[in-house]
Design a protein around this ligand. Structure first.
Ligand code: SF4
Ligand code: SF4
Length: 228
């Protein structure tokens, strides 16, 4: 298996012009349907307004949580929740260890920063500060490693993969494609740097409740280090 360091080198060597070419070939214009910001029906893959759907789950890095906190003057917990994977329901609520943070969701399972006008047009309340994963959706990069972020691709061109999105296949300007390519490369690098940070800082934490391991160490759900 290739090391994360090898993958990181590959990410740093990504050719932005080639990424932009691939994005132009696939084509994309956001229709603001909101599907990538909302909870979903797991069985049907549809995005509905029922209360029992799966919550929206998108990774947000620790520094991105702080940027969002500053932008909207929210507490850590209002911005991010522990990734649910690996947690179980204990007598006093969720417990266990997990890795990384997800954008916080509302009671409908939608991203807490998502809003929708009466005609169904979606909007992001933190558009200028949105995390890299939002800035680059519906694209990801395949670096040939074991991880395939964001699951199945519906289209691909070179190392660029495209995921479910009704805006795919639309014309995109060179300028927009280059902007997306730059963000995509930045995200590819950041994801691997974060994974290396988690690997290097991980130490089991013997505390009650939920512990979240990110690249800065083990934290409580309010973002404080466990040893504070
Ligand atoms: S799913 Fe695609 S078209 Fe819909 S809001 Fe997200 S990026 Fe835009
Ligand atoms: S931060 Fe904005 S773009 Fe990202 S999921 Fe939330 S509403 Fe959508």
């Amino acid at each position: 298996m290739e090391s994360l360091e090898t993958e990181l080198e590959r990410a740093r060597d990504l050719d932005e012009a080639a990424l932009a070419d691939a994005i132009e070939t696939i084509g994309f214009e956001c229709t603001r349907c909101g599907a990538c910001c909302k909870g979903y029906e797991p069985d049907e893959g549809e995005h509905t307004d029922t209360s029992d759907r799966e919550p929206h789950t998108a990774t947000v890095f620790p520094d991105e949580v702080r940027a969002l906190q500053e932008a909207v003057d929210y507490d850590w917990r209002d911005v991010a929740r522990p990734m649910p994977y690996g947690l179980s329901e204990g007598e006093d609520g969720p417990e266990g260890e997990t890795f990384e943070w997800a954008l916080q969701t509302d009671s409908c399972g939608d991203c807490t920063f998502y809003s929708e006008s009466e005609d169904g047009t979606g909007a992001c309340q933190v558009h200028d500060d949105r995390p890299l994963i939002c800035r680059t959706y519906p694209f990801s990069v395949d670096l040939g490693g074991t991880s395939q972020p964001m699951g199945e691709a519906v289209d691909e061109e070179g190392v660029v993969r495209a995921h479910e999105c009704e805006g795919l296949g639309r014309d995109i300007s060179r300028e927009a494609a280059e902007d997306l390519a730059g963000a995509l490369k930045e995200r590819a690098i950041r994801e691997i740097e974060e994974a290396i940070g988690v690997r290097d800082s991980y130490e089991p934490a013997a505390v009650d409740g939920v512990v979240v391991h990110d690249s800065e160490g083990a934290k409580r759900t309010d973002g404080r280090p466990v040893d504070e």
